[in-house]
Write a protein of this length. Structure first.
Lengths: 143, 83
């Protein structure tokens, strides 16, 4: 749809702003995913994360996801914003916002979008611990 | 002919750079370009499981059979982990 958006930024994400950027007249619900940095992963404590993107390709892949979701689900508007750079614990790394006439389609599309984003969009996460750091590979299969 | 090769995240750490130039024969396929990359940067195979690495040509995931052209942008990286 014409108001769909997909973006990558190194600035903090304002969830409310992204969620409410588009409020289509025919819609009754927006489902918004607020993905943020977790402190404990498999029992190991993370100090902070660094996200890196292959930005032009990541934007192309995000655009493909949006158009595939528009075909597969009865939704009106989709917005995806991913943050890159250094993120502290609890900071939002990704927001996916889906508005639809009825909520079920928005929940389903939102779940599908985050699952596919984690599988296909060239963005990588480095977890930094007190005693080292590691680039995470293939997070998509974890949850 | 000359192409641009990009590394990201773990592969950039592995090779110690983010970008390189690669000389290929005319009409090389993506698969043969990938073999050239492994030959040129043997540390990639020593550090990563070869089948786990992803390869793109001009910002699209490679199918393997594309014909590479002069000036193309190739990239090699590990399985993605955004979100």
């Amino acid at each position: 749809m014409k108001d769909d958006f997909w973006e990558i930024t190194d600035q903090p994400l304002d969830i409310g702003d992204i969620s409410r950027r588009v409020v289509p007249a025919e819609c009754g619900a927006t489902v918004t995913l607020d993905g943020y940095v977790r402190r404990f992963t498999n029992g190991r404590e993370t100090e902070y994360l660094v996200y890196e993107a292959y930005e032009p390709m990541a934007l192309k892949e995000m655009e493909k996801l949006v158009s595939r979701a528009q075909e597969a689900f009865d939704v009106s508007n989709i917005g995806i914003v991913h943050r890159i750079g250094k993120l502290e614990i609890g900071e939002t790394s990704v927001v996916i916002s889906v508005a639809s006439p009825h909520r079920r389609a928005a929940f389903e599309a939102c779940e599908w979008l985050i699952k596919e984003l984690k599988r296909t969009v060239p963005i990588w996460k480095k977890e930094v611990y007190a005693d080292g750091e590691i680039w995470i590979e293939g997070e998509g299969s974890r949850d | 002919m000359k192409v641009k090769l990009l590394f990201f995240g773990a592969t950039a750490d592995t090779v110690g750079k983010r970008e390189a130039e690669l000389w290929l024969d005319e009409n090389s396929s993506a698969d043969s370009a990938l073999e050239r990359i492994f030959a040129e940067f043997p540390i990639l195979e020593q550090t990563h499981q070869k089948p786990s690495l992803l390869f793109s040509v001009n910002r699209e995931y490679s199918r393997g059979d594309e014909i590479i052209k002069n000036g193309d942008e190739l990239a090699i990286f590990t399985a993605v982990s955004g979100g």
